[in-house]
Ligand binder design. Structure first.
Ligand code: IPD
Ligand code: CA
Ligand code: CA
Length: 253
């Protein structure tokens, strides 16, 4: 399945960059929550491919795909993670495809079509970037770490807006980036380019694929209070493992 998932992600990524060049239509889902015709076209393409290759698999997609499969496999898909960046022409976005078997992610692919970077992992087989094995960093102190996070679209009104944690971690680390694609940020942890990432109020399609890529690269993934990670849940804290307890301690303050 991983090879087919990789091929679907590459083709969907090409569709996104072609759309970006030919012109996109932007709509509002909420006051700052955007969606484009490219998000919808990419989801339609991905769903069509999965259905023709794996007709019995279930599908859960951000842009509305809800297909209950007859098999135990569920594809959790974000056709375009980083829509706000995409809509502004900022080249940091991805296609994210996670495959769950029951409650466990068994395969994940995250593709950044602008950088030409395809991250992939199968449970138990390691994590790869364009076919080369990747590993989390060896940084053991938050004080020396570069981290990333993000904010929910209801940041202006939500109590759980992540702003307090952002301030606390910024004060005690080398920096906290807000790059706008949770799926890709997880892959940066897996590749050892950043030491940790956390975010609250996400959706399964943002984190399913990336969470497996981090654990297969030797990292640790929990929710923001250090409890077991649920790929169908909303919170994620992913690190190289070495800074995990220290970061969770700050996030639970
Ligand atoms: C968003 C991105 C962003 C994160 C938001 C997500 P979308 O997904 O992952 O980094 O901060 O919470 O909703 O809307 O671009 O698919
Ligand atoms: Ca997303
Ligand atoms: Ca999306």
């Amino acid at each position: 399945m991983i090879e087919q998932a990789r091929q679907i992600a590459l083709d969907a990524g090409r569709l996104l960059t072609a759309k970006l060049e030919s012109g996109i239509t932007i709509e509002h889902k909420g006051s700052i929550d955007l969606v484009t015709d490219a998000d919808r076209a990419a989801e339609e393409y991905i769903v069509g491919q999965i259905q023709s290759m794996f007709p019995h698999h279930g599908i859960l997609g951000e842009e509305g795909a809800r297909i209950e499969g007859a098999s135990e496999f569920l594809w959790v898909i974000d056709p375009l993670d980083g829509t706000t960046n995409f809509a502004h022409g900022l080249p940091y976005f991805s296609v994210s495809l996670g495959i769950l078997q029951g409650n466990e992610v068994v395969a994940g692919v995250v593709y950044n079509p602008v950088a030409g970077e395809c991250f992939a992992a199968e449970r138990g087989s390691g994590a790869f970037l364009n076919g080369k094995r990747i590993q989390v960093s060896e940084q053991a102190a938050v004080q020396e770490s570069l981290l990333a996070t993000g904010f929910p679209y209801d940041v202006a009104t939500a109590e759980k807006n992540n702003l307090k944690s952002f301030e606390l971690v910024t004060r005690v680390s080398q920096g906290v980036r807000c790059q706008g694609s949770a799926a890709l940020d997880l892959c940066q942890v897996a590749a050892g380019r950043i030491d940790g990432f956390w975010e609250r109020s996400l959706n399964p399609w943002d984190i399913a694929a990336g969470s497996l890529i981090v654990t297969e690269a030797g990292g640790r993934v929990t929710d923001c209070s250090g409890q077991d990670f649920n790929p169908l849940g909303r919170d994620v804290c992913a690190t190289n493992g070495l800074i995990h307890a220290e970061l969770v301690k700050i996030l639970t303050k």
